[in-house]
Design a protein around this ligand. Sequence first.
Ligand code: BGC
Length: 750
Amino acid sequence: MTFHIRSLRTNPLALGVAILSLALLPASAQTDSEHKKPPARWMNSSLSPDERAALVVKEMTLDEKISLLHGTGSADLGPVSPLAAQSNGGAGYVVGIPRLGIPAIQMSDAAYGVRSSGENGRYSTALPDDLAAAASWDLNAAYEYGALIGRELRAQGYNMSLGGGVNLAREPRNGRTFEYMGEDPILAGKMVGRVMSGEQAQHVLGDIKHYVLNDQESGRNAVNVNIDKRSMRESDLLAFEIGLRESNAAAVMCSYNRVNGDFTCENKYLLADVLKKDWNFKGFVLSDWQGAHSAAKASAAGLDHEEPGEIFYGDTMKKAVQSGQIPMAEVDDHVLRILRSMFATGVIDDPPEKSVVDVVGGFEVAQKIEEQSIVLLRNEHSQLPLEVSKVASIAVIGAHSDVGMLSGGGSAQVDPPGGNAIMPPREGRTTWQAHIWFPTSPLKAIRAKAPAAKVQYNPGTDPASAAALAKASDVAIVFAEQWESEGMDLESLSLPNHQDDLIAKVAAANPHTIVVLETGSPVTMPWAGQVAGILEAWYPGNRGADAVAGVLFGDVNPSAKLPITFPKSDADLPHPLLVKPPKQSTTESGDAEAWKKIAKGLPAFQVTYDEAFKVGYKWYDAERKEVLFPFGYGLSYTSYSYSDLKLISGKIVCLSFRLANTGTRAGAEIAEVYAVLPASAGEPPKRLVGWSKVKLDRGESKEVTIEIDPWYLSVFNVDRDAWQLLPGDYTFLVGSSSRDLPLKESINLK
Ligand code: BGC
């Protein structure tokens, strides 16, 4: 299913559409270039961001205030202001107030790299996708991921990122699963928090999205998600809560969908009660691109800023303020939140200056992160790593692996240097929902690792000829792909285009068959038992092929673990069939009035998350379902042993255990800790509460200590509207995956 409404995604600079009158806009906002020296009072950095913002607000006219509360438009989503001509070419542009020294906000999508670089004649690095980053379970790598994006945003002249996707993978067929951080709220929350911290340390405004429960793309502008409070607090909301607590991200983007009856962007419970009051969020809430549906209701509920234009937060809001329908204090709060975030992240004190993007440095970071993110799922008879001296011939098959590796689409799409590796010349640019291969060639990378071997390519389109090549080779490496994007969901977790058949035929022809997956979601693998090796490489970024070859030939010892369960089949999912919208809840492709219908609110259809907080492994555990590969699973070229678990209970529970590298290579093991809560809690069988990624030389062992945040052991008590640590027996399980936990100790918490 595709949604035409995001199909143009046109750069506002290139517009010739409905134009708002310049006269409607504040004179002060019209020319960013007329910078006057800002009054010193709020430029005094010894004042707090709140004090500085409050000083500015006092000086502002109503028009100036309103000008900060909306963007300047986007061609496919309603009217566009002429001021959009001053946009840096990103997804959002908010005029500055030169008279007061307040710069414009230049926003760019930046999920796995800065978007729209191609159409703007710039370059940006494509990191491995966000789910891949989560597979590293490495908080430092996550920080580096964010820092790189932050640096490249600044180099391109942006001061706000629209990355930070952290919707839980409640529905793994969601076409944006690759933009998110997996199925566990603690892992996802901590990882996105680090990405945000890395970005904001570069003095750009960070943004966490899409708040919340936007867990499927089908009918996203209409769907009403039904879920009870406790379940949402302990699952999807918890990921956001942790991410914000870890990072103080400047912004939260509310999503397109409804939750329990109200659109999230005008949902008082989600915005005012939970986000702003309970979590004490000091930043601002901006709508997803046409996620706003009202002025007064949204403003009272806590929406601070409308994107991309001003359907509600421009003139309509001004009139509502003038008529007393919207109190000025509410407007001031919206403005204050935006300004205090700008002061807090440093975008006013240290505005970005355009510079040359560090391309080479970016390639290195992308490769390093991918090396930590590739998950080794199967390695029968230690087929991997390949020994160069023993392999005389290699068949490289499928997924355009002669020229490139796949990337995820939609507003996350990063433009490949040189254009799409498989498109003919001049068509090598990225267009909305085109399948984009980055020019990182597995065939070349494999040839470079095995220069003496005969390495031959077969496209895999004819399984018989691929099998024949495999049969004639010592080793067959099949690259398989599952493309996904914003604006669509996967029909199923099966590999498309008969790739299962291809793999089965190649595996039947050669027992030394290795499958390398380029997917944004889990996939089913009816052939898993027939192949010798399986690597999940995700959408691997600019340098994917080098990273994959490094793992195949053992220069890199894999150390990643799945941040998401790979089920055996769609039938095992909480909802074997994804709920599709009825016709009236969608808009037609090519309908120029679609944005008006969306603004009004398309008729709702219902999705009920009755699996509640049993997301991912919690569901499979509770249902006692076998899975293909469990959450937290991933192999290494060495082996580890776990022993001597001790629990030390003080104010917080602290665990220590011995982890030994019992194999023949240095490696890094992600040791995972799960807790079983007292039966009275009524929770799923277990939850992840901590982990540590530990580097160990061959033969080395270490005492690992992990402190458990009491919050992670708590349940959300709806009556008290608070987290509660229940008294009772807690069992801690430690090991290498959610289904391999050899160590176990219990403790009673009062
Ligand atoms: C997406 C957001 C994105 C925005 C701006 C929306 O369609 O859902 O994730 O940031 O567009 O491009």
